[in-house]
Design a protein around this ligand. Structure first.
Ligand code: BTN
Length: 243
């Protein structure tokens, strides 16, 4: 499977020297970690057309049907080190900007803490960060984007770009992947609180759903603290939530 023209591939290889495409794989994150660990080189990008064991955060399954969505993983030098909250915000902002720039028609596009991407109140993309090594020097960032389809079992809370009437084109997936890889910086180390807050306006205007010990709860998103945690106002009062 190859989504890119030779020209696009060579321009991407200036940043990510090693790139692998798979028709079917268990998980692009798993493969990317394996390649980094076994080759001693870290500039890997792994893309698949289908995953048989796609994973989400908290050990959830990430439905990964053939040819319908984006399953992308890349290794990143972790310049945030122990500041995982900022790493999450950085990636959330980067993903938001990549999609917003390609599809300005998506007026309700929003980040949802810590790094999800939503359209209104439906999830369209998620990010799974995993360590390559114990020293946290390198991490693997796995991005799943619902382009043509969304999980059948959760139609009320998930959507896809085409279901939201994005200007669809045949090479939509490659355009999005190129945009993301263009926007990733190996040396990002800033404070992304303000940018993240701006990108998550839509979530501040309505009831906010969040999960606490696997229970779905409702509140109002009040603010993002300096340490990257969020404050939610519930019927019982204010609560802080950490990554
Ligand atoms: C989440 O929101 O729970 C994170 C979902 C991350 C899914 C992607 S798809 C590509 C990469 N490979 C995986 O097994 N998971 C991530």
């Amino acid at each position: 499977m190859n989504l890119f023209t030779t020209k696009t591939q060579s321009s991407l290889r200036e940043k990510f020297t090693h790139m692998r495409f798979f028709e079917t794989i268990d998980s692009t994150n798993e493969k990317c970690k394996h390649l980094c660990r076994n080759c001693g080189e870290f500039n890997w990008v792994v893309i698949a057309n289908q995953q048989t064991k796609g994973r989400g955060r908290y050990g959830r399954i990430w439905e990964s049907q053939l040819g319908s969505n984006i399953y992308l993983s890349f290794a990143l030098k972790n310049s945030f080190k122990s500041n995982i909250a900022q790493l999450n915000l950085y990636l959330g902002v980067m993903l938001f900007k990549s999609i917003a720039c390609l599809y300005p028609e998506l007026k309700n596009l929003t980040t949802k803490w810590p790094n999800d991407l939503y359209i209104g109140d439906k999830k369209v993309a998620g990010i799974l960060i995993e360590n390559v090594s114990n020293d946290l020097d390198w991490i693997v960032v796995g991005i799943g984007i619902n382009v043509y389809s969304s999980p059948n079992d959760i139609p009320a809370t998930a959507t896809s770009l085409t279901m939201q009437n994005c200007n669809s084109s045949e090479n939509m997936r490659s355009k999005i992947i190129v945009e993301i890889l263009k926007n990733v910086h190996q040396d990002a180390e800033d404070n992304y609180n303000d940018e993240f807050w701006k990108c998550s306006k839509v979530t501040q205007q309505k009831e906010y759903t969040y999960t606490k010990r696997d229970k779905v709860c409702l509140g109002i998103l009040k603010k993002l603290n300096n340490d990257g945690s969020i404050v939610i106002e519930t019927k019982e009062g204010m609560i802080d939530i950490f990554c």
